[in-house]
Ligand binder design. Sequence first.
Ligand code: PRX
Length: 638
Amino acid sequence: MQDETTLRTEALLAEKRVFKPSSQIVDQANINTEQYEQAIKYGEADPEGYWAEAAQELEWFRKWDRVLDDSDKPFYKWFVNGKCNIVHNALDRHINTENRNKTAILWEGEQGDVEQLTYYELYQQVNKFSNVLRSLGVHKGDRVAIYLPNIPEIAIAMLACAKIGAVHNVVYAGFSAAALKERIHGSAARIVVTADGSFRRGKLINLKKVVDEAVDGCDTVERVIVVKRAGESVDMSDKRNLWYHELMRDAATEATTEVMDAEDTLFMLYTSGTTAKPKGIVHVHGGYMVGIHRTLKWVFDIKPTDVYWCAADPGWITGHSYIVYAPLIAGTTTVMYDGHPAYPDAERMWKIIKKHGITILYTSPTTIRMLMSYGDELPRRNDLSSLRLLGSVGEPINPEAWMWYYENVGGQRCPIMDTWWQTETGMFIVTPVPASPLKPGSASKPFPGIQAEVIDKHGRAVPPGKGGLLAIKTPWPAMLRTLYNDRERYKETYWNIVPGYYIAGDVVTKDEDGYLWFQGRADDVINIAGHRISTAEIESVLVGHPAVAEAAAIGVPDAIRGELGKAFVILRQGQAGSDELAKELKQHIRRELGPIVVMGSIEFVESLPKTRSGKIMRRVLKARATGKDEGDLTTLAD
Ligand code: PRX
């Protein structure tokens, strides 16, 4: 059975519409059509020369000896022996330019409070917190866990870590205490930075309580630094607790910037894979800053007058690369909004755009679809004429949502940059630029300097129109370097599936013009509202519940969030399935994993389809749940 949305999507796809940018957009873009074609050729013919040229746009303490060292594949090294610090490029160097008194961070809270920090003010705050961390004995290479809402202090904490060479491990503030504990433990963090609370849809969430539970029994944690954000009373009795504002009060406003090797670790960030154990993705100073700066400058076409809003959270890679680091390196004004996009009403985002004269909006398909469900009137009755570019990230955008965004938010004048990338890639991989002709629902083509192909699991090229795996053939500077403390798993997960290629885990189709159409994940990872969740994580939490004997989780399509979780559960003897138990299991998942894991239904079953070797066939469950053909069942045990 096809629903209305699929029919409309198919109709839009059948139209094969192509949106050509106006000549004004192309002429004024940082990279025009001709330059872009040249860049693609340059990136193909001489990737090292192309990336070296991108690196020269930034400042280095010492220039590299070699651009790429690929002698120990897949442990690639970029800008060998180059010395740098990403914070020198994001902050220090701006202080002696016209950017000094420009707004660096424009922050708005859910309650409507606004705070602005100029580059000089941000520089001073970062220096102060660098001194605080140093005074607490934090050294180069030490890990600092950050569990903060979307407030300026999260950027300050990240930048201060980077400045002194410490490794930040930001954990999204919607994660549960158990998930936070695992991530603090996994990184052996010495310091945790958090806040007393945060607001979401007007509700106060006590983050400190979550941290208290998470650090209980974590011996590596020497200090918990608490930012006063919500005015919530918190328990500070543990000797490890310190108030951020008290530490900052007398800290000096100058601090030296650590000279880092290009390959020194900048941060680690956990993401979900196919097993229940999250993976600690490792990124470094040198190549990362080069990749994110080049992509932001070309794709979002950053100009001195822009007010740029990436409406993600710094707790995810999108926030790391494109709220904090790249916009600051590019010297733009980066907007941070700490709240729900439809609070107190569904006009909130449009009001923020109008109020601050935002010129570039970068958000997710889930947010677009959610706001679209309130109708065309709300964006239309707000003056959104300041916007000149739009962006989308995190999940495939359906042509219908693309068209709505284009017409009602962008007033048919703003190109939409549908950027495909991952925590692992660090930077945009498949994306248009403003000069590209656009096809609604396609993320367009690989960025210059990236060689990406569609192949099958034997490494053979897949012809146009057929689904295959997205594979990246050559290394790129902002790529992950390894998985934290797990070099083997890094090789296995990304490079051993099809030897010689980085396999992203996404299914994609190429059309006759070379445009790529992402279809979703090829593995047991589901994508709920742009959040990557492993089905194994959900299953492992479910079997941790006393009523559950066995569980299988899948993703099922959802009109707003893209996907929702669905679980099939075999109960222990003596337990009976009921609506109450299903509700309790959903709450159990929420408590254990955090509110990002939104579950649809939980079904109680007698058995699960398994292969003869005992592996759950999620594909079969998914086909049953979505009314599709179950495919080849020859390996089914029963
Ligand atoms: O499946 C792809 C999807 O999100 C995955 C990466 O998730 P994460 O590491 O959390 O990073 C999200 C933000 C970069 C990918 O493997 N994805 C991301 N962007 C897109 C997308 N799928 C389709 N179109 C996109 N533009």
